[in-house]
Design a protein around this ligand. Sequence first.
Ligand code: NAD
Length: 479
Amino acid sequence: MTTSPQYLIGGTYLDTTDLPTFSVINPCTEEVLWDCPQCGAEHVAEAVKHAKASQKTWGATHGADRATLLRKTAEILGGRVDEIARALSLEIGRPFAQAQNEVRRGTEILTWVAGEADRLFGETMTSRSGGRLTVKRDPVGIVAGITPWNFPVGQPLQKLAPALAAGCTIILRPAEVAPLTATLLVKCFTDAGFPDGVIQMLQGAPQEMSKAIFASTDIRKVAFTGSTAVGKLLLGQAADTVKRTSLELGGHSPVVVCDDADIEAAAAETAMLKFANAGQVCIAPTRFYLDEKIAEDFTQALVKQAEARVVGDSQDPASTMGPLAHAGQRQKLEDLIADAVAKGARIRTGGGRPIGKNAGYFLQPTVLDQVPDDARIMHEEPFGPVAVLTTFTDLDDAIARANNSEYGLASYAFAGSLARCEKLADELEAGVVGINNIEVSHHEAPFGGIKASGIGREGGRYGILEYMNVKATHITWAA
Ligand code: NAD
């Protein structure tokens, strides 16, 4: 097993020799886990050189052959679930069993996308002026993928799998928080037989490398997942080279709970996603709009769910919720809670650090109610285990308040009558909507945001088409 993070250029894995390094911290203990090499702009140039040398051959490989390699990667990944889940759980602090689930889900992503690589066909149309009109799909070329730490297997895979399926070479720049997980993941691809130069992976130095990536005219697309603040910055950097960019950005998901909903089920479903990964999920339910008639019942059910979570070290099998991934994340949450309380919110459970945990970036699962609309947490993405509750008396008003956000990633609603379900499905503004469930991320379906939550889609057929150009060709010939 590889025990330290590496980077990959031209088919060779390299470690820290001759490079500056940065330390990767265990968020459960605040101890250094390992050091990671810090790449720079010169590594971007080197990676582009190798990607360029491979792009033509890789782009011309038949989709079925690309699919075979993706399936082989899935098989290898499936055989390394524990090894990769161990690195993941140490680096981001998610309980080991939940980390295993992310890796297993990774094998499903690869297998599903491989199926799409088998079916990347174009179209033929009849032309009014005679001849043949065809639409061909070509790979966009060299892609750079920049990913966050919250799903350190799933996020890189959502870039690697569709880009490779489409025939693109890819330079991956994973998050600094989880570089060993990324190294182990990429090894599954190279061990499966992806040719040298088709995948490169660089570690560290986000600003320096992203400037080099965006300035390169050889890199034709950047696929970024991360915060809206950084996404806006990168969108500006894309202008100079008019680079194709897909952005999966932040969220601030509302949940509308009607008086005819199944309250216990709604609380259990939303708690599952709210406290998963210690709330560090882009589609986590955050703002809860509760019909006044059921508000107290729902609040008590959610508090019960929150208090059932066992907060602890990711390596302890009893833990069901780990810490936040870094110190800054916890400080931001504590500031948002203090601001809400100062403006009149009540802490119904949690609200601070668990007693007795003196190391690690732990925060209790928290439920705040009576949160006023002007509290910062009503508008700023908390990205942590804090549920923010308020009430409504009129459904139209609740929908308007739910939509009153710069974000538009996920929205949820719980209701009994079909008419209400349809109204909520139609009127909630978001890229993905869950009615009576929180399952909005599927391999088969497009996933992504509107408004400041992003541009483009991952998943489903839509996800692969983001990595392809369409070329319309009209061929005529002499009779
Ligand atoms: P982040 O924006 O801080 O970092 C994301 C990536 O960008 C990391 O690899 C980071 O190193 C890099 N980066 C940071 N600053 C940069 C800069 N100036 N130039 C270039 N690259 C830079 O986000 P994060 O804290 O890693 O992740 C949390 C955010 O990601 C949340 O806002 C969350 O909602 C969002 N997210 C969105 C989705 C989605 O699908 N929409 C999925 C997961 C996470």
